[in-house]
Design a protein around this ligand. Structure first.
Ligand code: ADP
Ligand code: MG
Length: 319
């Protein structure tokens, strides 16, 4: 059973007081006349999402950052977080570093930690995030329109390269590894971009499970298909490992690697100039990589424009 079938079968019920329930990057609840609250939770489990001996500062940063990424994907302003943590032991040095990393991220994005729970158990970190978005302005997975352009907030695959190196599947030189490791351990949630895309983007998702899987969620929610053009991804032609990785393996890391925490969003072609301008203002290398089409499914065109055979879906915890 896939993760998503499991959620659909066991946890999805009709809601009574909810603007948007299970199925997007965050749920939406109306809290006042003009505001909706966006709420999301993400759990990191030692051995599944990180190595048990991971640097605690980076783990603190990342456990909040991945949640902020869901706020970014909704166009929500993150405000409050809760932290539920299971610890094998109360190690003061570890906790000092973990909390320093967590609050570095909280301070950078101006979020308050307002509660949580602490218990003994296998190292597990569960953060819930809450943010605000004016009524009707949240960017949902379901809003993409036929003919919209598909954008990425930055290059993909660096975190997957770092992970492959740590798992001794590939060998990166020291400089390349340093660059890729920072993508893996210290993701930068695209909060400012998400806020700026309110009223411009028709749909958005943050890429946590790989572009193919996450764009796939947008396509099902929006009842559309998409065409992607890899020759519009600059790193596809001069990736650090391009020479020593087989093309199929490269493609797999690039499109299904996961842990990217870049945004994938759609917008009308008429907004192209405005979005490019936004990229310059925010210092983000925004990439237009494809378009929404009526024919369902994902058609991926390679570097020479050839159609690629995409069998590799995103990583799913329960497959
Ligand atoms: P994301 O990758 O943005 O964190 P997921 O793809 O993991 O989102 O989750 C899909 C949807 O299912 C989300 O709306 C999430 O809130 C919901 N969800 C996941 N697990 C549960 C659960 N145990 N109970 C209720 N909803 C869940
Ligand atoms: Mg998400």
């Amino acid at each position: 059973m896939s993760e998503f079938d499991l959620i659909r079968q066991h946890f999805t019920r009709t809601t009574r007081y909810t603007e948007l329930g299970i199925g997007d990057d965050a749920a939406l609840i109306r809290v006042g006349a003009n505001m909706e609250l966006a709420i999301s939770a993400d759990m990191l489990v030692a051995g599944t999402h990180f190595f048990a001996d991971a640097d605690p500062y980076q783990l603190g940063w990342k456990s909040l950052a991945v949640n902020l990424s869901d706020m970014a994907a909704m166009g929500a302003q993150p405000r409050w977080a809760t932290l539920a943590i299971a610890l094998p032991a109360a190690n003061p040095a570890w906790l000092t570093e973990f909390s320093r990393g967590f609050f570095a991220c909280a301070d950078r994005f101006v979020v308050d930690l307002i509660g949580g729970d602490t218990t003994r158990g296998p190292l597990t970190i569960s953060v819930q995030i809450m943010g605000e978005v004016p009524n009707g302005l949240a960017i949902k997975r379901s809003g993409a329109q036929l003919g919209d352009q598909i954008w990425l907030s930055g290059p993909l695959g660096y975190a997957a390269l770092a992970l492959a190196h740590l798992q001794a599947k590939i060998k990166l030189d020291a400089d390349t590894f340093a660059q890729c490791a920072s993508a893996l351990h210290a993701p930068q949630p695209r909060v400012a971009l998400g806020l700026a895309l309110r009223g411009i983007a028709t749909s958005a998702i943050d890429i946590s499970d790989g572009l193919l899987a996450d764009l796939g969620h947008v396509l099902s929610a929006s009842n559309l298909g998409a065409k992607l053009h890899l020759n519009q991804l600059p790193q596809a032609s001069h990736w650090p490992m391009a020479s020593s990785l087989k093309p199929a393996e490269q493609l797999k890391l690039l499109l299904a690697g996961g842990d990217d925490y870049e945004l994938c969003f759609s917008a009308p072609a008429a907004a192209h100039g405005r979005i490019s301008q936004l990229g310059s203002t925010l210092g983000l290398p925004l990439l237009c990589v494809g378009e929404m089409v009526a024919e369902r499914g994902l058609a991926v065109h390679g570097l020479a424009g050839e159609m690629l055979d995409i069998k590799e879906a995103g990583f799913d915890h329960f497959k």
